[in-house]
Design a protein around this ligand. Structure first.
Ligand code: UDX
Length: 451
């Protein structure tokens, strides 16, 4: 009887159309579908997923024009602001059309960055729920920005970079997303708009209590709406081959990993958006080679600033050394890679998904954050959970060699690995029956059925 009621309950999901945001929204969709809800994605035309990869879900494209931004996605924040401005009207129209077809909508769940969706939902008298795809700490930091501004901290000065941010311990000013950010006014606008939850009736978090309990408590007090930390969501999903990848996964690297010794390979990836210079790539390559460790390296097309060509390395000796110890792909099946017995460490930009995926497998990290929440995540990895080492300052081959060896083969690295394994077990408990995230997922289902 209850199942019957759930099946007729359609939830519309509105993701932010970038890889690091699409993945958690699809994970949530799979979870809710497994609980009996019907799922429709209202998805920007930009990075539109292939519906045939997701036969259980329906898809509604949101038409809009962002052509002036697609040429220069370097101005990412302006792109996100324009995306919000452009989707509100067409989203409203397709939802009205949907309702006219007698397809009842139970509620709309949207990525916190897609803040305009709350207005559309409210206008249509539909309940809306936020999915926060980054950490709870990031949201708590955003919530503190008005206070920090009124206390006169903005614009942030280099002289206070190392100081702790009042009320946001253990973060330092240099860990904040706005520190040294070029278009800070646009970013501040996005942050303030995102942290204003408007008429939304609940927040879902892709995090768990054993990682962020104190912050989650503060957020519940602050926002006074139901909060559901149900993460890490990918841990519930049995099939780890991701149909949500926007780039084709090169699975040959798994065969290469199969031939390596347990915990001997460093996995290197900077996610789907970050980029580095050609000089930095060369320093990383020499540092990896000189460390004498094996490595699997994702060099995404377009991830080296100013270089489109596939031939990255020109020095013959470097090329030969890489072939001996390393394996390079354009895109890896990351979750499967991190769960492989051969992986002993992850050099990461510390996007929230990569961070979660690594600690879920007990893989310790070398943190090399680039922008946004990555510096905060890196701080939590190294200073709070103590499952990684930060690689600071300009990239230089000698320092890279030292840090790689420290993580992969030193006694200190072994201690970090042990803590990562302990944290993995804590996370496994939280998603197992009666664990905190498992119970929150049950509560979320009850909440949705009560709407
Ligand atoms: C962006 C932001 O940069 C990040 O800071 C924020 O937390 C989320 O949005 P991105 O930089 O792509 O995301 O990083 P991340 O959050 O780590 O997400 C990348 C996703 O792509 C992960 O789920 C990862 O498994 C996947 N991936 C990455 C692959 O499947 N293969 C790869 O080769 C690299």
């Amino acid at each position: 009887m209850e199942m019957e009621k759930q099946k007729s309950s359609r939830i519309v999901l509105v993701p932010c159309p970038f890889q690091g945001h699409i993945n958690p929204m699809f994970e949530l969709a799979s979870l809710l579908y497994s609980k009996g809800f019907s799922i429709t994605f209202a998805h920007s035309q930009f990075n539109f997923p292939n519906p045939s990869n997701h036969p259980c879900f329906s898809f509604l494209p949101i038409p809009h024009d962002l052509s002036q931004f697609q040429a220069s996605s370097s101005n990412f924040i302006a792109l996100l602001l324009a995306l919000n401005d452009n989707i509100a009207m067409p989203l409203r129209e397709i939802l009205v059309h949907q309702q006219q077809q007698n397809d009842e909508i139970l509620c709309i769940i949207y990525d916190s960055i897609m803040y305009k969706v709350a207005e559309v939902a409210n206008n249509l008298k539909l309940p809306s729920i936020i999915l926060e795809t980054s950490s709870a700490s990031l949201f708590w930091t955003y919530a503190a920005f008005n206070r920090l501004e009124s206390e006169g901290y903005f614009p942030l000065k280099d002289s206070i970079a190392e100081d702790f941010v009042p009320g946001l311990d253990p973060l330092r000013f240099k860990d904040l997303p706005i520190f040294n950010f070029p278009n800070v006014d646009d970013l501040l606008h996005l942050i303030k708009t995102t942290s204003d939850i408007r008429t939304s009736s609940a927040i879902i978090w892709n995090t768990t209590e054993c990682l962020e309990q104190p912050i989650l408590e503060k957020l519940k007090q602050h926002y006074q709406i139901p909060c559901f930390p149900v993460g890490p969501m990918h841990k519930y999903i049995k099939n780890i081959i991701s149909p949500t990848s926007l780039t084709t996964e090169d699975r040959n690297c798994i065969m290469w990993l199969d031939k390596q010794v347990a915990k001997s390979v460093l996995y290197v990836s900077i996610g789907s958006l970050a980029s580095i210079t050609e000089r930095e790539v060369t320093e990383i390559a020499w540092g990896l080679v000189n460390s004498n460790q094996h490595f699997l390296w994702v060099i995404r097309s377009g991830s080296i600033t100013g270089r489109e060509s596939k031939s990255v390395f020109h020095e013959k000796s470097l090329k030969e050394a890489i072939e001996k110890r390393g394996y390079i792909v354009e895109w890896a099946p990351q979750k499967e890679v991190l769960g492989h017995f051969a992986i002993g460490g992850f050099w990461s930009h510390c996007g929230w998904n990569s961070t979660l995926e690594s600690i879920c497998e007990g893989v310790p990290l070398i943190c090399r954050p680039c922008f946004g929440d990555q510096k905060m995540n890196s701080r939590y990895v190294s200073y709070v959970w103590k499952v990684g080492i930060v690689l600071e300052n300009e990239l230089e081959r000698g320092e890279i060699e030292r840090v790689v060896r420290k993580l992969m083969v030193s006694e200190e690295g072994q201690e970090i690995r042990q803590r990562a394994m302990d944290l993995k077990l804590e996370i496994e408990k939280s998603v197992a029956e009666n664990g905190s995230s498992y119970k929150c997922l049950d509560d979320l289902v009850k909440f949705l059925l009560s709407l």
